[in-house]
Design a protein around this ligand. Structure first.
Ligand code: XMP
Length: 326
């Protein structure tokens, strides 16, 4: 539509002015915001942009290929993927405290990204240039929630690429700073990004790491990833993607309950479904999901994911509950 097209045009112009002939780097998280921000910058300055995708192993099923295949095919961005799964798992071993998990994931992310940025700097240096700009998919609600700037305490320490060392300082490019999520999605569509990326639910930077209540391990991640994939499949086939803001699936990894599956007694883990409706994630209402959809999810998850023997529903609004459990 007209407004979206003019937002794109205006931002492309501003980005060109800001970056000039400089080089720019962008960390892709797999989420809508960084994908749309990258697509805008790509539209503005083409191959002056390099995207870095850190696979921290905390992604949902299929997300890596959405970035590596779909996003690249739609935009032509230059992409470097870093596989850092083991590094993140090692760093998270034994950790159960939510804020500590966030800090560790944020710290490791910065370290991995830093290394990728140094490699790019070295490569740029060989061509007599340097990388001076960093794209961030900061939205208007992020700006508000973090007090409009730097140094203000966050409600939860948000995962972004702040805190880089002095010799790796970049000027920020934040083309989504004035936009709400729905506007970002429209901009993404306008730029030709596929629905799978544009309509995807918001997903936190620390990923499945903060949806496992308890220690994060490879096995637990596998369990949660399987349950989450089923939930997303069922929500999509019920046509609920647009109605739902997001539906975190949370694995209560330290809780066990007795069940009976087939002929046998089980002692498995519960998952929690957390479907919410929201305009901007600052407040949210628990979603009144059709019972038939809940039933299909419950049946499929308990049949198909052996470690899970109970499916529960979170009926708390925000406030008082946050959307994520950690
Ligand atoms: P809460 O749990 O605070 O979440 O109600 C509000 C929105 O923010 C997302 N979220 C995050 N996004 N890094 C992100 O990029 C994070 O650390 C993070 N924590 C929460 C959450 O999914 C919801 O959309």
């Amino acid at each position: 539509d007209w407004t979206t097209a003019s937002i794109v045009e205006e931002q492309v112009e501003l980005i060109r002015k800001q970056i000039g002939s400089g080089r720019v780097i962008c960390a892709l998280s797999g989420g809508v915001d960084s994908a749309v921000a990258a697509a805008l910058v790509q539209r503005a300055v083409g191959d002056q942009l390099t995207c870095v995708f850190v696979d921290h192993g905390l992604l949902r099923s299929g997300e890596r290929s959405q970035v590596e295949q779909d996003l690249v095919a739609a935009t032509g961005v230059r992409l470097v993927t870093v596989d850092a799964k083991d590094r993140f798992l090692d760093a998270l071993a034994g950790v159960t405290d939510p804020e500590q998990k966030r800090k560790i994931i944020g710290r490791e992310f910065i370290r991995v990204f830093e290394q990728a940025a140094r490699d790019l700097q070295a490569e740029a240096g060989e061509h007599g240039t340097s990388v001076d700009f960093l794209v961030q998919g900061t939205l208007y609600p992020d700006v508000v929630e973090s007090g409009g700037g730097t140094g203000t305490a966050n409600i939860k320490s948000h995962h972004n690429v702040g805190g880089l060392p002095d010799d790796l300082q970049f000027e920020l490019v934040e083309p989504l700073r004035a936009l709400f999520k729905d506007e970002v999605r429209r901009v993404g569509l306008e730029l030709g990004l596929p629905e799978t990326i544009v309509q995807r639910q918001p997903f936190p930077g620390p990923g499945l790491g903060i949806r496992i209540i308890g220690e994060v391990t490879a096995e637990r991640l596998e369990t949660l990833r399987a349950a989450d994939a089923i939930v997303r499949e069922e929500l999509t086939s019920a046509g609920l993607d647009r109605e739902i803001w997001q539906c975190p699936v949370v694995l209560l990894a330290d809780v066990r309950s007795v069940g009976v599956q087939g002929d046998g007694r089980t002692y498995g883990h519960p998952i929690v479904l957390r479907p919410v409706s929201s305009e901007d994630a600052m407040t949210a209402d628990w979603m009144r999901m059709p019972y038939e959809v809940l039933e299909r999810i419950s049946t499929r998850v308990t049949n198909e994911v052996p470690e899970v023997n109970r499916v529960t529903l979170d009926v708390t609004s925000k406030p008082p509950g946050t959307i994520e459990w950690e």
